[in-house]
Design a protein. Structure first.
Lengths: 511, 427
């Protein structure tokens, strides 16, 4: 009989080591996962709260908003309104997983299987993460960012830095490249680049240039609209990138700050697009590993029941009329879909053969799943692999709420033959960030006139921006641009729905 | 594959402390308002306990472009009875769709917990000791000793070995003193050397090296450094607070309560400025006695009123136990203003001659009945007396209080930063 990994609920560091080794064996041999080296860190509740408030990263630059989040989380944690996550995992190499010290031995096993192998494999193999994140460089980059912000505060004053960061944070959701460029991001290079730039500035600085008389400015030949737009790279949906490159009066360090915020936003971009898949993968992996360990006799029946208890809680999906309902639970949906794929691959029904001819009955479960994990994001994953059986299982239905419709909200499709495809398409769309985020672009700058920056918001399905928030964000944008900024909301037929114009606030004289 | 397991639990906590401070600094005026409001509802006793405050989120809002309204499509789980083409009423059944987590706009007020220190800091932030007191602090300094660098002379007990050896090493390297290894290597070479001529030459070299070693000592008196100490003035870090109160029959419970609140605030305030604060309670009728806190506030007493007795008692206690050179002395007197007519002269004399010169600060608080406004009555005998003294230049602070809610403003007023007086002093 195989030796048990642990007895009861207690664990120590040797137990953790044994657990990790056991999980690793199953993950690599049986599931064929491909992971970054693992680093497992045991932390306290306070440290977990710390991590919460700085977007889960182990080190981050200082900013008041993180303090606000910390205070908020702490207050609700103390009141018992909020439980803490069992773990946090960071997409880096080595892949760092934080485990809470309060977890029982079973929970630690679950968490190690979930984070250190499930998430880890997903981070390393999914195409979005490969394309957009640099796992090797992220921790060094965050360290650089932290130091850089600190240096800026010393050189230019805390208030100034805070103003720039506030503005950059407000625009963070629109500081993302949605289409891969020519060059892969190399975060290690970033730090050297910033250093070189500053060094160059210091080397070539010569006060004499200030005294050289300026000639009469050349008369600018009017350039055509097309040419101008092209020079500025318009239209541009990455607002932070545009400001970094084209805002007329930003200091170099401000551009660098915008760049830092932009890189960090970009780093998190894949995570927002793969919630269902990421959690689905991790949950599926921990379920397989735990079952395997139990079958090998390395986990007692009692501990396995404890695991099943928390597992069931995690993948619980309340129904829409339940008080606890708050949208689809990515763990539940993701896990159900992974299991469903396993079923389709091993024992398909006729319906599955018709819907999924490529994978039905292929028998290589892990091969298919690894391929899915590598090459899809939530939207395409759901559009491709949500089976009629699962739609029936969740009893999904599609509601269409048109405010113009007097009769009420229409049930557009339900889980029947007529509705499967429509339900699936709508659900996929719900997980498409391109559809969820407001589509805002810089379309023009009046360079020869008052330098007004013009943005368009393409309104989809009549859903306009929240007015107070939009004004505040535009205020930040105008402060960075330092001239007027106009945001025009247009619908599909170019009809103007609303127009905002915001002027920059005068910069308060430095004390 | 190597797996690292790291125990981070022992890492220093409070990593987000700085972010928290930044947040508090940014929200300062909001939090301060909230703290003042919270403290009004509290007992003075727990005023310092920290705790939860609520601030409007407005100034702390982090805006984002958010979409709202318009036509909405959603896919939901748990269909029970709907079929395609059904219409749901917007209220009732359809409202389930709104039950999403209201992260964005629902938290328009922001609650969080302040620690005790943060609370007190914000509570007393814009207060400071009066100018008079600060001048006195500067005068009543004692001396302490502090390490400051190195010196070339001193007592052997103060030799700094590490610095001495460091300098010696630097000197040896600079003067190229042969090392032990070098000599040993040469000796070994001599021992192994067969050729006589070469041997002689090597021996000569060895002699030279040895002579050089002797010429350049391992440690030279030049190298020796001593730790240097300097005397620095150290401000007196202890204070004593005298609470004087009239407990004659005319003082009601309400009045005592007002006085108590004032003493509490003063205590808290001093506690923040001094490491060690002692309190002396002196109550008086027509004679004064030093009592414990319980008796001071709640013990029954009756009799006439002679303020001078309390001042006399305080003077004696100061002389016996609290040398003004070692202690910062604060006194607060609470009374309803009654004093025996014949006592006025003695009181005035004691105060100006004995008490005020040794005190950092002397406050007189005249407490009145709740509802009785402070201005409709003619001034009490004590008030008149003190006012005359103050007009004569005595550094006295005096206020009238009759409502609980007035305590903090009065206290605030007494200790507020006197920027105006500094401005006056400047030109």
């Amino acid at each position: 009989m195989t030796e048990r990994l642990f007895e009861g609920a207690d664990w120590d560091f040797h137990t953790l080591q044994r657990i990790t080794d056991a999980c690793e064996e199953v993950a690599l041999k049986d599931l064929g996962l491909d992971v970054y080296p693992n680093q497992i860190e045991v932390i306290t509740a306070e440290q977990m709260l710390d991590a919460y408030s700085s977007v889960g990263m182990p080190l981050f630059y200082k900013h008041w908003s993180f303090g606000k989040h910390f205070a908020y989380h702490e207050a609700s944690y103390r009141k018992g309104l909020m439980g803490l996550a069992y773990e946090i995992v960071i997409n880096s190499s080595p892949c760092i997983s934080y485990l809470m010290e309060e977890n029982t031995a079973t929970m630690q096993t679950l968490v190690i299987a979930h984070a250190a192998f499930g998430h880890n494999h997903f981070f390393k193999n999914n195409y979005l993460f490969k394309q957009w994140t640099d796992a090797e460089g992220i921790l060094d980059y965050l360290d650089f960012a932290k130091k850089y912000v600190m240096q800026c505060e010393e050189r230019y004053g805390r208030t100034e830095v805070e103003r720039t960061l506030d503005a950059a944070h407000a625009l963070m959701s629109h500081g993302i490249d949605r289409y891969p460029g020519k060059k892969k991001l190399d975060l290690r290079e970033e730090e050297k680049r910033a250093g070189r730039r500053r060094q160059h500035e210091e080397e070539v600085f010569n006060d004499l240039w200030r005294t050289v008389p300026k000639g009469a400015s050349k008369s600018r030949t009017a350039i055509s609209l097309e040419r101008r737009r092209k020079l500025l790279g318009l239209p541009q949906e990455n607002l932070l990138y545009f400001l970094e490159k084209s805002a007329p009066r930003l200091a170099p360090w401000q551009r660098e700050l915008l760049r830092i915020v932009r890189h960090i936003a970009q780093y998190f971009y894949p995570q927002s697009q793969t919630k269902v898949m990421n959690e689905g993968t991790a949950t599926y992996v921990h379920y397989r590993i735990m079952t395997q360990l139990h079958q090998q006799g390395r986990i007692t029946d009692g501990n396995f029941l404890e695991f099943l208890g928390s597992h069931t809680n995690v993948v619980f999906q309340p129904e829409f009329d339940d008080q606890r309902f708050s949208g689809f639970n990515p763990y539940a949906l993701g896990f159900a879909m992974m299991q469903d794929i396993e079923r389709i691959v091993t024992s398909p029904s006729d319906e599955d053969r018709e819907w999924f001819p490529d994978i039905a009955g292929k028998n290589d479960v892990m091969g298919v799943l690894r391929d899915v994990w590598a090459n899809y994001r939530d939207e395409s994953f759901i559009a491709q692999f949500l089976s009629p059986k699962l739609m029936r299982h969740f009893r999904m239905f599609h509601l269409h709420d048109d405010p113009e419709e007097r009769a009420g909200i229409r049930v557009d499709a339900i889980h029947d033959d007529r509705g499967f495809r429509r339900v699936r398409r709508e659900l996929a769309r719900q997980h498409d960030v391109g559809y969820i985020d407001a589509n805002i672009e810089v379309v023009d700058v009046d360079l020869s006139g008052d330098r007004r920056l013009i943005l368009h918001h393409r309104v989809i399905k009549g859903s306009q921006l929240n007015e107070t928030d939009a004004k505040r964000v535009l205020q930040h944008l105008a402060d960075l641009w330092t001239y007027d900024v106009a945001l025009i909301e247009v619908d599909g037929s170019d009809k103007v729905l609303r127009e905002y114009v915001v002027s920059p606030r005068p910069i308060t004289a430095a004390a | 594959m190597a797996i690292h397991i790291i125990d981070r639990r022992l890492n220093p906590g409070g990593k987000s402390l700085e972010n928290r401070q930044r947040f508090l600094r940014r929200a300062k005026s909001l939090v301060q308002g909230a703290v003042k409001k919270t403290s009004q509802e509290r007992d003075i006793k727990d005023v310092l306990e920290g705790g939860e405050v609520t601030i409007p989120l407005d100034g702390m809002h982090e805006p984002r472009f958010r979409r709202e309204g318009g036509t909405r499509d959603m896919v939901l789980p748990g269909n029970k009875k709907f079929i395609e083409g059904d219409y749901l009423q917007r209220s009732g059944q359809g409202s389930a769709k709104d039950s999403g987590p209201g992260e964005g706009d629902s938290e328009d007020a922001f609650r969080f917990v302040l620690s005790r220190d943060e609370f007190v800091d914000l509570f007393l932030d814009d207060l400071e000791l009066p100018d008079l007191a600060k001048r006195k602090i500067a005068q009543t300094e004692s001396e302490g000793i502090q390490r400051v660098g190195y010196t070339t002379s001193g007592s052997p007990a103060n030799i700094s070995v590490s610095r001495t050896v460091k300098l010696a090493l630097a000197r040896r390297i600079a003067l190229k003193r042969p090392s032990k290894d070098e000599i040993e290597a040469l000796e070994a070479e001599i021992a192994a050397c067969a050729d006589e001529d070469e041997r002689v030459e090597l021996l000569a070299r060895l002699e030279k090296l040895k002579a050089k070693t002797k010429r350049i000592p391992f440690i030279d008196p030049l190298d020796i450094r001593y730790r240097r100490y300097e005397k620095v003035p150290r401000p007196v870090a202890q204070a004593v607070m005298f609470c004087l109160m009239d407990v004659s029959g005319s003082m009601s419970e309400h009045m005592k309560d007002l006085a108590k609140r004032f003493y509490m605030l003063l205590y808290v305030f001093l506690k923040r400025r001094y490491k060690h604060v002692e309190i002396v309670f002196i109550r008086h009728t027509d004679r004064a006695e030093e009592v414990d806190e319980q008796t001071f506030f709640y013990g029954p007493a009756s009799g006439g009123t002679l303020v001078s007795s309390a001042l006399q008692a305080m003077h004696e206690i100061v002389r016996e136990r609290f040398n003004p050179a070692d202690w910062n002395i604060y006194a607060a007197q609470a009374s309803d203003g009654d004093n025996s007519y014949s006592d006025g002269e003695l009181t005035g004399l004691l105060l100006t001659e004995k008490i005020l010169p040794v005190c950092q600060f002397f406050a007189y608080l005249e407490v009145g009945e709740s509802g009785g406004s402070a201005f409709d009555l003619s001034d009490s005998s004590l008030w008149t007396l003190y006012e005359r003294l103050r007009n004569g230049g005595a550094p006295l602070s005096m206020r009238k209080v009759s409502e609980r809610s007035e305590i903090f403003p009065v206290f605030h007023d007494l200790f507020q930063r006197r920027e105006t007086s500094q401005e006056k002093a400047a030109p």
